[in-house]
Design a protein around this ligand. Structure first.
Ligand code: SAM
Ligand code: SF4
Length: 336
């Protein structure tokens, strides 16, 4: 189907071309910076079915979105996820989508690597905060490090391009960055380091583990030959090339150097709520107009009104001794 494309421009002149879709709020891990141990998950009745997600995503593509990332919670624990991937793949084949991609904790990747490689997904982001199995178990609560490694190997073997995302955590993995750079370099994986963001009550003090990546970068510059790279994936990561590994190292620094001026994205939750900014509460319900009007007109006008209300940026700040998140929802609701 050829789509006529309308451009979505927000009040600050930013073109919205990137949709992140959280396909489930559930996850098999409980990463300490992301979730509390006793999370309440949504009842299934509230969650969009896969065809509904496809309809909303397609409405965005029709309005100019050319990049979609499936995320979660853990997208690979959503039953039937490959059905959604395969149906969205038609937009890649038609040329309407430049990229369809996925962020995963890799726990189930060993089961999905072949199918993903056969789909329109060419590149995946894998979240991996440590190479140390004990630290991994402590950080994720119930993650199986060996299974994650098996998944990464399987995806690598079938030719999926992999980027590793590592949240920088003081006292947890800050002694491992050189090893992680080396490990990624040996496999040809790019790596992005991410600052923790104050999202959702996690039952402990985030400040204790918060690390400013500008300090990390200064430290890493002593060990690696880094040069500024013009490479961009359309996301907020700023990259350097590492001469020794011939791979890229990205830094996502929402707190020490925010990137809202060039924000091109909006986020859909699995209940059909659209968040126009990761760090603000403003949202629009798309589920009601989606279900009320099969013609899609109500959905289209809800999307337009949402874009016209996209906030300028977030107000993230992590203060010493404080445990108050900037937004109440956890990252797993909108998927990062
Ligand atoms: N479960 C999948 C995964 O872990 O890749 C996808 C969802 S997860 C919410 C997406 C990304 O958000 C992961 O890279 C994770 O490390 C990151 N993340 C979660 N909570 C965060 C926080 N409070 N601050 C910064 N990054 C966070
Ligand atoms: Fe799950 Fe991803 Fe959050 Fe970890 S970061 S608890 S894997 S959603």
């Amino acid at each position: 189907m050829g789509f006529k494309s309308y451009k979505m421009i927000d009040p600050f002149g930013r073109k919205i071309s990137y949709l992140r879709v959280s396909v489930t709020d559930r996850c098999d891990f409980r990463c300490s910076y992301c979730m509390a141990e006793d999370m309440d998950f949504l009842p299934r009745s509230e969650i969009l079915d896969l065809e509904e997600i496809d309809r909303v995503a397609s409405a965005f593509i029709k309005r100019g979105v050319d990049k979609i990332r499936l995320t979660g919670g853990e997208p690979l624990v959503r039953r039937g996820i490959m059905k959604l991937v395969n149906s969205l793949s038609r937009h890649k084949k038609s040329g309407a989508l430049k990229e369809l991609t996925l962020t995963t904790n890799a726990s189930q990747l060993y089961r999905f690597a072949d199918d993903l490689a056969g789909s329109a997904i060419e590149r995946i982001n894998v979240s991996l905060d440590t190479l140390n199995p004990e630290t991994f178990t402590r950080l994720t609560k119930n993650g199986d490090h060996a299974q994650v490694m098996r998944g990464i190997d399987a995806a690598h073997k079938v030719g999926l391009k992999i980027k590793i995302n590592t949240v920088a955590l003081k006292g947890i993995n800050d002694n491992e960055f050189d090893e992680i750079i080396n490990w990624c370099g040996e496999r040809g994986f790019d790596l992005t380091l991410i600052e923790t963001m104050p999202m959702g009550d996690i039952g402990n003090l985030r400040y204790d583990h918060h690390l400013s990546l500008s300090d990390v970068r200064k430290r890493l510059e002593k060990n690696w030959t880094m040069s500024q790279s013009s490479y961009s994936t359309g996301g907020p990561s700023k990259y350097v090339d590492i001469a020794e590994t011939k791979t890229k190292l990205g830094f996502i620094t929402p707190l020490s150097d925010h990137f809202c001026d060039s924000c091109n994205r909006v986020r859909l939750t699995c209940t059909g709520t659209l968040y126009m900014c990761l760090g603000q509460d403003a949202s629009v319900d798309l589920r009601e107009p989606l279900r009320a009007d099969p013609s899609g007109e109500k959905l289209a006008s809800a999307i337009e009104s949402a874009i016209s209300n996209k906030p300028k940026g977030h107000d993230f700040e992590i203060k010493s001794g404080e445990n108050i998140p900037a937004v109440a929802r956890h990252m797993s609701v909108t998927g990062g």
